[in-house]
Design a binder for this molecule. Structure first.
Ligand SMILES: Nc1nc2c(ncn2[C@@H]2O[C@H](COP(=O)(O)OP(=O)(O)OP(=O)(O)O)[C@@H](O)[C@H]2O)c(=O)[nH]1
Ligand SMILES: [Mg+2]
Length: 300
């Protein structure tokens, strides 16, 4: 390592579903954070580490900032996780989509206005724009709302212009030795990721109500000579949700398990046995003690 090595932290913030986690995975080059088409997928602050020959960028994925946080303790915790993610960072990437600014983006703009470091605007999902000419008025409108250091239209999913964003970020990093070992891509344990991979499949498989009633708890996580043995409980809030999750003859649960297991095998690089159980814990998402025992605490 030479003297002019650069390293720093970059928070990725924005409304739910803007594509923050997809962008983080794209920037890191590996799957670190789960994604789904449903808002409020990410519930924790999650670090994604990208080590280059001359720099190490540490991205901070955050839950989507949203209003209506008084409804539930979980929702309040998620907003708090996102707000505190700006502490000590060297840059902020605020993610909006090419659909343009909406009221739902405002909580993230509010937070970004208070940032003490440069804020880069990422206009995501430009692959969905039928007419690229729409981009100019969109950029003009967004520029009025905050003094951004840079504005980068991109596609997190397709990868368009993501290297441009990385280049801008590299220019903002302070000189500092690497914070993490070069091989480390996240601060989160395999156990945490295993729980997230199960939750991801629930978010991807079910409509309205079920994903928001789900928390996943890993009850066994053991190294066996030829595989990783993992058991997990999927907690829901009502009996009806349990029935939906399990599905006819257990078909839905089986499919969730199959897909989550494949993701785990890819991430852990070894065979996985996954056992899943569904249990009911009424009102866990609004119960501070239950939240804590399920890994959703303020420190978390
Ligand atoms: N078309 C298109 N879809 C995208 C793009 N980036 C993300 N998406 C999709 O947008 C949805 C939300 O993506 P996420 O990365 O989970 O969004 P998020 O901002 O992390 O959402 P929360 O964790 O809920 O705050 C997923 O279905 C993604 O596949 C993109 O560049 N183009
Ligand atoms: Mg996310």
């Amino acid at each position: 390592m030479t003297d002019d090595f650069r390293s720093g932290f970059v928070a990725i913030i924005g409304r739910p579903n803007a594509g923050k986690s997809t962008l983080l995975n794209r920037l890191v080059g590996q799957k670190v954070s789960i994604t789904s088409q449903r808002p409020q997928t990410t519930r924790h602050r999650i670090l994604g580490v990208h080590t280059l020959p001359q720099a190490q960028i540490i991205y901070v994925d955050t839950p989507g900032l949203h209003r209506g946080e008084s409804d539930k303790q979980l929702s309040r915790l998620m907003n708090r996780e996102a707000r505190t993610s700006l502490e000590g960072v060297d840059a902020v990437v605020l993610v909006v989509t090419a659909d343009g600014w909406t009221e739902r983006d405002e909580p993230a703009f509010e937070l970004a206005r208070g940032a003490e470091c440069p804020v880069i605007l990422a206009i995501n999902k430009i692959d969905r724009l039928k007419n690229r000419e729409r981009l100019l008025p969109l950029i003009e409108d967004l520029r009025q709302r905050l003094a951004f250091a840079e504005i980068v239209p991109l596609s997190a999913r397709g990868g368009d212009n993501v290297p441009e964003l990385e280049k801008i970020i590299l220019g903002l990093l302070p000189e500092h030795p690497a914070y993490f070992e070069a091989e480390q891509i996240t601060d989160r344990s395999d156990r945490f990721q295993a729980a997230e991979f199960v939750r991801e499949q629930v978010f991807r498989s079910f409509g309205e109500e079920v994903p928001y009633a789900v928390a996943v708890e890993i009850t066994e996580f053991r190294d066996e000579p030829k595989h990783q043995h993992i058991e997990a409980v999927i907690w829901v809030e009502k009996e009806g949700q349990k029935a939906i999750l399990i599905g006819k003859g257990g078909a839905s649960l089986k499919e969730i398990g199959r897909r989550a297991r494949l993701e785990m095998q890819k991430a852990f690089g070894r065979k996985v046995y996954l056992g899943l159980w569904v249990k009911v814990r009424e009102g866990w998402s609004n119960d501070v003690r239950a939240l804590k025992s399920l890994g959703y605490s303020e420190e978390g």
